[in-house]
Design a protein around this ligand. Sequence first.
Ligand SMILES: Nc1ncnc2c1ncn2[C@@H]1O[C@H](COP(=O)(O)OP(=O)(O)O)[C@@H](O)[C@H]1O
Ligand SMILES: [Mg+2]
Length: 376
Amino acid sequence: MSPEKKRLRVGVLFGGRSGEHEVSLASAASVIRGLDLDKYEPVPIGITKDGHWLVGEGAAKMLPDILKGGRRVMLTADPTEAALVPLDRGAGAQRFDVMFPVMHGTFGEDGTIQGMLELAGLPYVGAGVLGSAIAMDKDVAKRLCHNAGIPVVPWVAVQRWQWEKEPAAVKAVIEGKFAYPVFVKPATLGSSVGMNKVHSAEELAPALNFAAGYSMKILVEKAVTAREIEVSVLGNHDPQASVPGEIVPHREFYDYTAKYLEDGTRLLIPADLKPAQVKKVQSMAIEAFRTLELCGMARVDFFLEKTGGKILLNEANTIPGFTSISMYPKLWEASGIGFRELIDKLIELALEMHREKSRTKYAIELPEGSGGALIA
Ligand SMILES: Nc1ncnc2c1ncn2[C@@H]1O[C@H](COP(=O)(O)OP(=O)(O)O)[C@@H](O)[C@H]1O
Ligand SMILES: [Mg+2]
């Protein structure tokens, strides 16, 4: 490290009040290990399932393999004071140059943490409040992509209250639109939590009830028979797409067990596609990234139908799995950007986006001499 160059303090947020808490721990451990210590001073910040924010020992207990030492803290939302303040008074506040939320799902990937960082005036990695919220809501994301001419899997969105109030009417709408099998999933979650493949009418109500436990809105989709192709996107105004990869689950579909509990799913990098298919899926990924108002990073997932070869957008993940063996970094590695360089780029993009936001005026400039008084 050159002595004149100050290291950037990077707050790595992980854990959180999400069904994907455990997945986040694995992603965060990789990100912390991947940060170049010559350039960055990582500060791990663990958020428990109860929503306690921990640094030092508390965070270390959540990631015992890589962290030691700790105390409970809170983030102030005052941009002139933005800092992690200890809840046990006396100890000093910690300041940051940039935050890296490595949290999947609810309260991490959905715009809520991003909103807090926005209030605190801190630069952060990945999509902003709007993009995060849109991408997290599979129904809104599909509506926007569909309107933009990006093909998506046919779907019906059901509000939980609607299902609870008028189950027969909801069933009729679903069965009027789709033949079985269908997929039933919470609109605002990932990691296949709360979802089921429904093979017959008897399985529909239990699946809707199950998904309703995880989200206020439920998606019912036509089950497609397709290959699963994923593309990593990186950038702000000029996003780039990686080579596509393919997921080949060893189970009926790519469920939670296939994702995290059992070996057997294969990641094929690059996916075996024709050059024209590669171009097409990359351009669709970038189009989806722009349509959903994303910045920084996203992994955009597609279905390539086995009959007819149509490519359909499945979803965009704004904080994709980030272990060193996860698809997002692996696809970049295969495209010439290694793990460390990828993290550097993400932090640069966060700082760039923050500079850009800082140019926006939040108050009107009154003409000189007006004294700032309004006529009421
Ligand atoms: N409409 C569908 N047709 C076929 N398979 C699907 C469909 N929807 C989901 N799946 C399967 O379920 C997995 C998880 O669904 P997805 O919508 O990507 O949710 P998550 O956000 O939890 O990853 C997919 O990777 C795929 O294997
Ligand atoms: Mg998915």
